[in-house]
Design a protein around this ligand. Structure first.
Ligand code: ZN
Length: 151
């Protein structure tokens, strides 16, 4: 689908806001598990998502943005995590990391597809930038996953 700049920015803002909220929940949960390392990573992700969201809002300026349906940007739970609404508070650190990874990957794919389909070169440029950023997040989660026990 070839998004207009407004549609693209609306998706990007909603996705970053959603990511910030979910990361905050995950960070709190990991803190409750006394896993401060994973909690710290999620808090960093809250900060990046918030900063990124704010910079996209600033870029949108006074542009009129379309309203989106929640399924267009909400995070999804991978089947092995279960729970369609919200989190299972018994989530283990590696499950929380995998959960976040699924959604970062999904965001990267969304941006890449938007770039591939774009007819507006500005949309294409931004979408490629955002896709690269999401791939970095995915890689950061992969590094943490490699260092986290699956138990
Ligand atoms: Zn991300």
């Amino acid at each position: 689908m070839a998004y207009s700049m407004g549609e693209f920015l609306a998706h990007a803002i909603a996705m970053e806001r959603e990511a910030a909220e979910r990361y905050l929940e995950l960070a709190d949960m990991m803190e409750a598990h006394n896993n401060l390392e994973v909690s710290g990573l999620f808090r960093d992700m809250v900060r990046y998502s918030t900063m990124h969201g704010d910079s996209i809002v600033a870029r949108a300026g006074s542009m009129e943005l379309p309203k989106l349906r929640s399924w267009q940007y909400r995070w999804i739970a991978p089947t092995e995590v279960g729970e369609e609404d919200g989190f299972d508070y018994r989530l283990k650190p590696y499950q929380a990391l995998e959960y976040a990874r699924v959604n970062e990957q999904r965001a990267a794919e969304f941006y890449q597809a938007a770039a591939d389909a774009a007819s507006d070169p500005e949309v294409r440029k931004l979408a490629l930038e955002f896709a690269a950023e999401e791939r970095e997040h995915t890689a950061a989660l992969d590094r943490k996953l490699a260092a986290t026990l699956r138990s």
